[in-house]
Design a protein around this ligand. Structure first.
Ligand code: NAI
Length: 335
């Protein structure tokens, strides 16, 4: 059953029409997994984003209720809900940006393989929908393990003949957000003044903060470097004290990243953020570094820049684990 009654449907159409007549600029954004721990605050924050004109909320549970709740906010974006697989295509048609936090978070007692198999299947199905209904959309992939789900999505798009490496971005922004916050604490600064590139991937040792390139330029003692690197890598365990995973800071980070993608789509100059993308920066096919976001997605992938000895050692460890995770994702589709 469509979540909206006839009357509500007609109101949504009038609102859409009114926005169009007013020449309100904006992009069409879908969130897949919108009723989840990340999905709900993410949906709320995207409803507040002035760059969004239409917001589609899709989930296999609770999408109508979440949509009704969010739709009462008196901000510009028109919100529509979509429930279950039969409505996936309607949720995706015409979208400029698709944000995917669908899946299950790692719960205590769950092995990485359990998590992998469930989320890999979910990401495959959702990306098949993207390939069919909005092949030119930018995709922001949040579902873990990002180090494998991005290669999975790439394989799905290649099979469908729609793969554009610039448009597929694994969201590693939470690592950057944490790095900025923790470094600011050590330096006694406002986190908004701090910018720390975080490269590699998005799990454990693959998360490599480049403290030597932090802005403002700062020097850290070996103890501070060790403390900060470990804290940034293990940030997921700290959030929710190990029970469940980060949802609120993740939603914040996802919106910060999605907003950067939308500003890039709008044609803003100089939009640069870290993301896990197809890359030639190392010998690995995917790697997170700073990228410049533009009308076609990640239009430029930046080199790593100079690393210190601590970071060079970290890079070797990161690449070893990353290579296995990438291969695992590719094999999931090719097997
Ligand atoms: P959650 O379990 O609270 O929410 C997931 C939502 O996805 C649920 O509403 C569920 O119904 C929905 N879902 C499940 N199968 C679906 C399908 N086939 N189609 C559409 N929706 C579907 O989990 P939470 O905490 O929101 O985490 C979501 C994902 O994000 C997890 O994989 C988690 O590991 C990952 N994550 C990623 C981070 C990152 O930095 N990239 C940080 C934190 C979590």
């Amino acid at each position: 059953q469509p979540p909206n009654s006839q009357m509500e449907e007609s109101c949504v159409l009038k609102r859409t029409d009114c926005r169009a007549k007013g020449g309100a600029p904006g992009f069409k954004v879908a969130i897949l997994g919108a009723a989840g721990g990340i999905g709900q605050p993410l949906a709320m924050l995207m409803k507040m984003n002035p760059l969004v004109s239409v917001l589609h909320l899709y989930d296999v549970v609770n999408a109508p209720g979440v949509t009704a709740d969010i739709s009462h906010m008196d901000t510009g974006a028109v919100v529509r809900g979509f429930l279950g697989q039969p409505q996936l295509e309607s949720a995706l048609i015409g979208m400029d940006l698709v944000i995917i936090p669908a899946g299950v978070p790692r719960k205590p007692g769950m092995t990485r393989d359990d998590l992998f198999n469930i989320n890999a299947g979910i990401v495959r199905t959702l990306c098949e929908g993207v390939a069919k209904c909005c092949p030119n959309a930018i995709v922001n992939l949040i579902s873990n393990p990002v180090n494998s789900t991005v290669p999975i999505a790439a394989e799905v798009f290649k099979k469908a003949g729609t793969y554009d490496p610039k448009r597929l971005l694994g969201v590693t922004m939470l690592d950057v957000v944490r790095a900025n916050t923790f470094v600011a604490e050590v330096l006694g600064l406002d986190p908004r003044e701090v910018d720390v590139p975080v490269v590699g991937g998005h799990a454990g040792v693959t998360i490599l903060p480049l403290l030597s390139q932090a802005k403002p330029p700062s020097s850290f003692t070996p103890e501070e470097t060790e403390y900060l690197t470990k804290r940034i890598q293990d940030g997921g365990t700290e959030a929710k004290a190990g029970a469940g995973s980060a949802t609120l800071s993740m939603a914040y980070a996802a919106v910060k990243f999605a907003d950067a993608c939308l500003r890039g789509l709008r044609g803003d100059a100089g939009v640069v953020e870290c993301a896990f993308v197809a890359s030639e920066v190392t010998e690995l096919p995917f790697f997170a570094t700073k990228v410049r976001l533009g009308r076609r997605g990640a239009e430029e992938v930046y080199q790593l820049g100079p690393l210190n000895e601590y970071e060079r050692v970290g890079l070797q460890k990161a690449k070893k684990e990353l290579a296995e995770s990438i291969q695992k994702g590719i094999s999931f589709i090719r097997k």
